[in-house]
Design a protein around this ligand. Structure first.
Ligand SMILES: Cc1cc2nc3c(=O)[nH]c(=O)nc-3n(C[C@H](O)[C@H](O)[C@H](O)COP(=O)(O)OP(=O)(O)OC[C@H]3O[C@@H](n4cnc5c(N)ncnc54)[C@H](O)[C@@H]3O)c2cc1C
Length: 433
């Protein structure tokens, strides 16, 4: 029976461990936290946006230039496979706006708990509270840092010079294995356990690291009045990001104001372009609050509205959400008590300007410990996309966020962890692992 050690009990590691056990391997799952799936439990604001109904092409596109690497994994274990699998585990799902898939219960913890029950049923040896220190690969720089002798793996038909995984170093010794699956996640939200250990372990055995950086971050805004908008959620708006006056991205959908600035799906997506900017000194966010209307249509609407005998402040609720009204009135420099029929065409033009170009100055992205996902990681060029096996170390597999793959929001990142985990588990357990 093949022995497999999985490092990391997150989304990717749990799927890898379970699938390997289903395929007949004897599996040990190491998780540094006392519980499995600590990050999974807080995904989607605790509701767990586990995948998306997008088709394969759109799925791959959500990961940008590295998306093609995931074709095979998504074909072997697709979003539909995941949905059926979760249903079998007793977690039915539902589809929401933008094809986002959530558990019907709205509880991400239900997914983590169902996965843990699945692992226990398959007799996976779950060692929670156990931190992996390194990979045991005879001949590599990581060899036996604990001073113990590493067992050597079996020989096979690959080049004899290719190192082979022998096990995992933990406090006090080495757990020997025929295959090791590295599923330690990225560097963001380190309080959930993902502190970047896997990057170190992979580079110690020769893998190239694309520098990991936080991606999908909320943005801090300079204008002090933004804190007055805390809690305001805007739907069906468009947001455009400009750097040095040049447009670098536009997104349509939902955003949220917080005490420090802005967040929500379209902001997180735009932040991917923001974090890559070399010069962040002049970055502006322009929100179009009425993207369905042209400037002329808006102006006509205001002309009709301003024929009423109301005061400006009593008309604004027809245009804007309540929380936005005091800030908007202040910015437009029109006294709230002004009767609508005395508002000048220049003032009306100013209102249109603010409705289509509500400007915010971006100060910086929120720190890594609050970002949703890590960009960068172990180079995809050194991994076999059909199996997730390392091309440098026989029997070593990498899955999830530790790999240089990251997508926009919408359930894509979790699906990538689940799919790569499934594929690695199956191949690690198989005769070719
Ligand atoms: C707040 C938040 C919300 C999110 N919401 C969504 C969402 O709704 N949908 C979506 O698709 N994605 C979401 N994501 C992203 C998604 O959670 C991650 O992409 C995904 O969890 C990555 O899975 P993983 O298995 O690779 O890593 P992780 O889930 O981070 O798991 C890695 C595990 O490895 C363990 N570990 C690390 N080092 C060691 C070690 N040395 N020894 C033993 N164990 C170790 C960690 O403790 C951790 O449990 C969200 C992320 C955050 C932070």
């Amino acid at each position: 029976m093949r022995r497999i050690v999985v490092i990391g009990g997150g989304a990717g590691g749990m799927l890898a461990a379970g699938r390997a056990a289903e395929c007949g391997a004897k599996v040990v799952l190491l998780e540094r936290n006392s519980i499995l799936g600590k990050k999974l439990r807080i995904t989607g604001k605790g509701r767990g946006n586990v995948t998306n109904t997008a088709d394969l092409e759109d799925f791959v596109a959500a990961f940008g230039s590295n998306g093609k690497f995931l074709y095979s994994a998504f074909s072997q274990f697709s979003n539909h496979d995941l949905i059926e699998f979760l249903e079998r585990l007793g977690v039915p799902t539902k589809v929401e706006r933008g094809g986002r898939v959530f558990p019907v219960s709205d509880r991400a913890s239900d997914v983590a708990e169902a996965l843990e029950r699945w692992l226990r049923k398959l007799k996976v040896d779950i060692r929670a509270g156990t931190k992996a220190e390194g990979l045991a690969v005879p001949g590599s720089t990581s060899e036996c840092r604990t001073g113990q002798t590493c067992p050597t793996g079996p020989t096979d038909d690959r080049p004899s010079t290719m190192p082979r995984i022998a096990g995992v170093q933990v406090f006090g010794g080495v757990i020997s294995a025929d295959a090791v699956i590295l599923a330690t996640g990225g560097i963001t939200y380190p309080k959930t356990g993902s502190t970047g250990d896997g990057y170190r372990m992979a580079s110690e055995v020769g893998h190239t690291l694309i520098p990991p950086t936080p991606s999908l971050s909320a943005l801090e805004i300079k204008e002090p009045w933004v804190s007055q908008l805390q809690g305001l959620s805007l739907r069906n708006v468009s947001a455009t990001l400009y750097a040095g006056g040049k447009k670098i991205g536009r997104e349509f959908g939902e955003m949220l104001f917080t005490h420090f600035g802005v967040s929500g799906p379209i902001i997180l997506t735009l932040s991917k372009a923001y974090v890559k900017l070399e010069d962040k000194s002049d970055v502006r966010l322009s929100i179009n609050l009425k993207p369905a209307l042209s400037r002329d249509q808006l102006d006509e609407r205001l002309i009709r509205g301003f024929a009423q005998t109301k005061q400006f402040k009593n008309y604004l609720p027809e245009l804007l959400p309540k929380t936005l009204i005091p800030v908007f009135a202040q910015l437009s420099e029109i006294a709230p008590e002004t009767p609508l029929n005395v508002i000048t065409s220049a003032q009306r033009k100013r209102i249109v300007d603010y409705l289509v170009d509500f400007r915010l100055t971006v100060e910086k992205a929120r720190p890594a410990d609050e970002a949703v996902v890590t960009a960068g990681g172990v180079s995809i060029k050194e991994l076999n996309p059909s199996t997730m096996e390392s091309k440098l170390v026989r029997g070593l597999y990498l899955v999830g966020e530790v790999i240089d793959i990251d997508a926009v929001t919408g359930g894509y990142n979790l699906q990538a962890a689940f799919s790569t985990g499934w594929v690695a588990g199956e191949n690690g357990a198989g005769p070719h692992g």
